[in-house]
Design a protein around this ligand. Sequence first.
Ligand code: 13P
Length: 265
Amino acid sequence: MKSRKPILAGNWKMNLGPAEAGLYFQQLETLLSNDPTRSLDSERVIFPPAYNLGSEIQWVAGKCQVQLGAQNIHWESTGAFTAELSAKALKDLGLNWALVGHSERRQLFGETNQTAGKRLLKGLSSGLRVLFCMGETLGERESGRMETVWAEQLTSYVEALAKHVASDQANDFSSRHAPVAYEPVWAIGTGKTATTEQAEEAHRWIRNWLSEKLGATFAEALPVLYGGSVTPDNAAALLKQPNIDGVLVGGASLKPESFAKILLA
Ligand code: 13P
């Protein structure tokens, strides 16, 4: 029996505007309320585009017990950083979640381990829970560099956490404030999910590696989510794996019907 409460999350990327978002949560609420097996033994989070993070959409999402989070945050609170989002302002807006280090940010917008780590630190010190994304490309997997890449990515995570814990903003910090999302790049948006064995193996490796760096208590309580072509058909099998504590869903989170099935998986 896993003691870690699952986190079921959707990343809308640059999809669905405010009108569509409002409708989405109305439909999701209907779909969830019609299902007698519904249970709230998981946490639900959607990361929509920033224009959907205001209080009205927070309110309709809240009716489905869904929290909203930002897809990225900057490492400074304010300043001349055109198009970036302030973690502190998001917190003031009533939000509790952000995502950092997504592979699309890394591959298309020059995000590095260093910047992902800085964003993580700022999010935590601003009182947000931050989902830290990592994962290898196909080339890195096939050339046998996968574990080196994971270790490099997780080093920036560990360094950010060490700075956070040493600061005076860390009062009630626990691993649930900084879950990890393992998203192999070759499985994102490709329809090619990692097998349950591949995903479980990666998650076990991540937990063991973090246990060595941050201690077993931290690692045992840490939610590690899987992302990459998760659908209503494969979600349940992934979630049954001992080290998979949730999912981060892209394409299949865009339709209330399919996301509802995943929430009920
Ligand atoms: P897909 O589910 O569309 O593969 O996207 C996964 C993802 O990138 C979630 O962050």
